[in-house]
Design a protein around this ligand. Structure first.
Ligand code: SF4
Ligand code: SF4
Length: 470
């Protein structure tokens, strides 16, 4: 008599704690690999078994772990470890990263009501924070970070705040390296005097411009309005004023994922554009008619679309995991000459990427890198003075020396930022989150947990439920 033992049709790669997709309670999740796909297998004792795709490139998914580096911590924590993650935000001492990027929401009012809005802002909302409240939030961040790298003034729509210029000047008066204004671009398109005022905030100021599509149907799906003319006029005004701009593109499967290459090329037709951030829709806040099986776009999907649709700009090897939060953020950096981009991410020695910040990649230490870079840029490699870029904006990247005349205006980057939601939540990844909201209650809360639990008060209910269950 022979026995044939059954075997699994997947490889069991590991285990994490995720969320039940119905009640958002913490549940165990097996991480399994089937072919090139990675899934979570979850079980909630109330809502049963759930199987969720979390990556479509198993090799890239695994490689992210090789990029993990020691975290940089804040100078101060704003909460204590009491109930356990994710109910102690924050930042609590259990968190593994400081705030690489901090958002300050100055209002909930908006001049759009997008079907996709994690903040649930809109035309029916009227709340505007006072200058005093915003000052206190900025101070919370400065106390936590010392010299914060990057602050985004966000909303709602911050440009309709009656004191927006005072807010931006206030942020600029603090010891903050870069200040960005997050905007849907409506005021920038319509109010040239306002754009001139913004231009006076240079240097160290940048606009983070919503730019999801160049097609009417996609814009109506994601933003509820045909914003094509607004976006083009906003870009034209920013170009004329010479204001550094990053485009931010929310990606929804079957809606605008086919445009990724065109958006990259379009961005490169503007001198003022320094890069694009692609974000899969985070299923939080207002997310009308979202269907898990139809609409979800994953980081690995977007990465593939970037190198498939815009391979002349960045190839697969140029788009690497960001060491401080490798599961959630992929980046590609290049130096641009007009619309031509010379990728540099893969030239950076991995040991330097993983070194404890701050570090500078000097040509003295890496002469081969200098020769390669200068060769790519068709420059003479002797006697040129150098300056550094790259880490200028992303504190977790090393500084890379470049020739003196290559400033920030010659940088072009693509970032893919995937926030955690009910589907892909991972208790390990959330502790590495480096994009945080500063709240009026003097808390600093990861983007992921703020939108999932804290913005809507769910943290209180879930914390209580977890306490009763234990
Ligand atoms: S997400 Fe971070 S700050 Fe929030 S509870 Fe977990 S470890 Fe603490
Ligand atoms: S996504 Fe931005 S522009 Fe749209 S409603 Fe929300 S805050 Fe306003």
């Amino acid at each position: 008599m022979s026995f044939v033992r059954p075997s699994k049709d997947y490889s069991f790669y590991g285990q994490t704690t995720s969320l039940c997709e119905t009640c958002l309670k913490l549940v165990p999740a097996k991480i399994v690999i089937e072919g090139n796909d990675v899934f979570y297998l979850k079980r909630c004792h109330e809502h049963g078994a759930q199987k969720t795709l979390i990556a479509t490139d198993a090799a890239y998914f695994k490689s992210c772990k090789d990029f993990i580096k020691p975290g940089d911590l804040p100078l101060k924590h704003q909460s204590r470890t009491q109930y356990g993650c994710p109910y102690d935000c924050g930042l609590c001492p259990d968190h593994e990263q400081h705030s690489c990027l901090a958002l300050i929401e100055v209002n909930d009012a908006c001049n759009l009501t997008c079907p996709v809005c994690f903040a649930e802002s809109g035309q029916a909302r009227t709340e505007q924070k006072s200058l005093g409240e915003i000052d206190a939030m900025l101070e919370t961040l400065v106390e936590s970070e010392g010299f914060p790298d990057l602050v985004q003034i966000s909303g709602g729509e911050p440009t309709i705040h009656p004191e927006i210029m005072q807010i931006l000047k206030l942020a600029k008066s603090k010891p903050i390296r870069h200040v960005m204004l997050n905007t849907n671009g409506i005021r920038i398109a319509r109010d040239k005097a306002f754009v001139e005022e913004l231009a006076a905030l240079k240097p160290g100021f940048e606009v983070y411009l919503q730019f999801d599509s160049m097609k009417r149907e996609a814009l109506e799906n994601i933003r509820g309005a045909d914003l094509r003319k607004i976006r083009e006029q906003a870009l034209a005004n920013l170009e004329e004023a010479g204001i550094s701009t990053t485009l931010v593109c929310v990606v929804k499967k079957g809606v605008n994922d086919g445009e990724i290459g065109d958006i990259v090329r379009h961005a490169l037709s503007y001198r003022c554009v320094r890069g694009i951030t692609f974000q899969p829709v985070q299923d939080a806040g207002r997310n009308l008619n979202f269907d898990k099986n139809r609409d979800r776009m994953l980081l690995t999907d977007i990465r593939r679309e970037v190198y498939s649709q815009a391979g002349e700009v960045f190839g697969a090897d140029d788009i690497i995991p960001l060491p401080c939060n490798p599961d959630a953020i992929a980046i590609a950096y290049g130096l641009r000459d007009g619309a031509k981009v010379t990728p540099i991410t893969q030239l950076i020695p991995k040991a330097e990427l993983l070194a404890i910040a701050p570090n500078t990649i000097s040509f003295e230490k890496y002469p081969a890198l200098r020769d390669r870079l200068f060769d790519l840029l068709s420059l003479a490699s002797s006697g040129e003075r150098t300056r550094t870029v790259l880490g200028d904006l992303l504190c977790c990247l090393p500084q890379v020396e470049v020739p003196d005349d290559l400033g920030y205006d010659k940088v072009f980057r693509v970032a893919i930022v995937s926030f955690l939601d009910r589907y892909n939540f991972c208790i390990a990844a959330v502790k590495r989150s480096c994009i945080h909201f500063v709240t009026p209650g003097a808390k600093i809360i990861p983007f992921d947990t703020y939108n999932l639990f804290y913005r809507n008060g769910l943290d209180v209910k879930l914390r209580e439920a977890a306490r009763v269950a234990s």
